[in-house]
Design a protein around this ligand. Structure first.
Ligand code: GLU
Length: 476
């Protein structure tokens, strides 16, 4: 059997987007599941739109996710190189010449203005705009050619043909050639168009499977006609459904409700393995109900048959939940390394010891979902003032609370040290002396010192707040 070879082919016009990352991930999982190769190549012909470091940024972000290409511009295989379209122009040119010679392609001398006017004319007649082969006369073409005008090259779309393929996700897909006008394969500046270059690349790089976004489905018939004209075997296609936001709208780079780029998740202290896990569930589901899988496990169980046929929703809370699961599993060292920078960047930690900072962070290890979440989460340890929400006011107004307050204050004042043991004894003494216990006791103390009904371990919280702060919060 042929070795499976798949590719992710971004344009370096931006950083790695959620959609791109998912496309790369599914290609990668498919390749690795079948012991195949995952290739990274660049569609960089739109030079004006390319951003500086676009390629490196894409590769770095993929690598952060744990997606390492078997081949890329930085790791080329001689027989397939180069991996950047701008370095492959001679290859496209040779195929273009072949297509012209075989009568499948021709020079087009129409100007953009003429094409636009023709489109408007057709639209006014209620027709679907399509290239008109008779837009300018043969004499005019010749005259323009002789004057040195650079033509674009168009593919001569065959008449009355049906292009069909079996999409791995959608099943049978059919397009008719009558709906497709002669399309440009090489622009007048000599740069190939996407639909042409991608076929040449996929063929010459022995790509066996193409997993890509559904926006490319209508491009597929154009690509199929090239495979046919050139007598090349076509790869298998799988067009993945859209990723939508919580309002079921297509994820777009302008959508501000969701962070769009992988680097933003990295910058906010998400865990790459969690992100990998989350992205794998964005349009794919395993047979089992479990949703937490290691990288290796996902490779093992990935089955393209289970790619979703309906749009997949980007659920921020699910991502947080998954990240929290990974956070809990991190070693203490790794956890501290991930979260501490967010703490010290946000709070004034200058008078806190390293040990205190570590203990504080570890206190939140079970509940925190991502690094930056620490910012705002531990205000009570840094701010003198605390705010009480409505529910807290209710707790403060319990009949028993003043008694808890007075007695606890007395225990704290008279305590000689401030360690776990002492704190536990103080609370126990309140219970013994007042007879107040359970929620009436513990929640009252928690609310008085933290302004919140919920939080991590009470003894640890009191310990880290310190005796002085606790007394201040218990008030006069
Ligand atoms: N550069 C194209 C994209 O990012 C690649 C399309 C394809 O995979 O064929 O959408």
């Amino acid at each position: 059997m042929k070795k499976i070879r798949v590719r992710y082919a971004p344009s370096p016009t931006g950083h790695l987007h959620i959609g791109g990352a998912r496309t790369a991930l599914f290609n990668y999982l498919y390749a690795k599941h079948h012991n195949g190769d995952f290739i990274f190549r660049l569609e960089d012909t739109d030079i004006e739109r390319n951003i500086e470091n676009g390629e490196a940024s894409q590769l770095d972000n993929l690598s952060w996710l744990g997606i390492i290409p078997d081949e890329s511009p930085l790791n080329p295989k001689e027989q397939y190189a180069p991996y950047r379209q701008t370095e492959r122009l001679a290859i496209y040119n040779a195929i273009k010449e072949q297509l012209i010679q075989e009568g499948h392609a021709y020079e087009c001398y129409c100007t953009p203005e003429e094409l636009q006017a023709e489109r408007e004319r057709q639209e006014a007649l209620g027709l679907a705009p399509m290239y008109n082969r008779e837009l300018i006369s043969e004499d005019e073409k010749l005259a323009r050619k002789n004057s040195g005008m650079k033509p674009s090259i168009r593919l001569k779309v065959p008449e009355n043909k049906v292009y069909e393929f079996k999409d791995l996700i959608r099943g049978d897909v059919k397009f008719e050639s009558k709906d497709i006008g002669d399309w440009v394969i090489v622009k007048s500046n000599g740069i190939p168009t996407y639909n042409f270059a991608v076929v040449v690349d996929d063929h010459s790089m022995d790509i066996t499977h193409v997993f890509r976004g559904e926006e490319h489905i209508s491009n597929t018939p154009k690509q199929l006609m090239l495979y046919e004209m050139l007598g090349w075997d076509k790869p298998e296609f799988a067009h993945m459904t859209l990723i939508v936001n919580e309002e079921r709208k297509k994820l777009s780079k302008r959508d501000e409700t969701i962070m769009q780029f992988i680097s933003q998740y990295k910058d906010e202290g998400y865990i790459p393995e969690a992100m990998f896990n989350f992205l794998a569930l964005l349009g794919w589901s395993p047979e089992v109900e479990e949703e937490i899988f290691t990288h290796e496990k996902l490779i093992e169980i990935f089955d393209a048959e289970r790619l979703s046929k309906s749009p997949s929703m980007f659920d921020k809370n699910k991502l947080k939940w998954i990240n929290n699961r990974y956070m809990k599993e991190l070693s203490e060292d790794k956890y501290l390394k991930l979260v501490k920078p967010f703490l010290v960047e946000y709070y004034d930690c200058s008078n806190k010891s390293e040990n205190w900072l570590n203990l504080l962070l570890l206190l939140y290890k079970e509940q925190i979902s991502y690094g930056k979440e620490i910012q705002g989460l531990v205000d009570i340890f840094f701010n003198d003032e605390i705010k009480y929400n409505e529910n807290c006011v209710e707790v403060l107004n319990w009949e028993t609370t003043p008694q808890v307050k007075e007695n606890f204050k007395k225990q704290v004042v008279t305590s000689e040290s401030w360690d776990e043991e002492t704190i536990k004894n103080c609370v126990k003494a309140v219970q013994k002396e007042t007879g107040i216990k359970g929620k009436q006791l513990f929640m009252a103390i928690r609310v008085m010192v933290s302004g919140s009904e919920h939080g991590p371990d009470l003894t640890q919280t009191l310990l880290l707040l310190g005796k002085e702060t606790v007394l201040n919060r218990l008030g006069e």
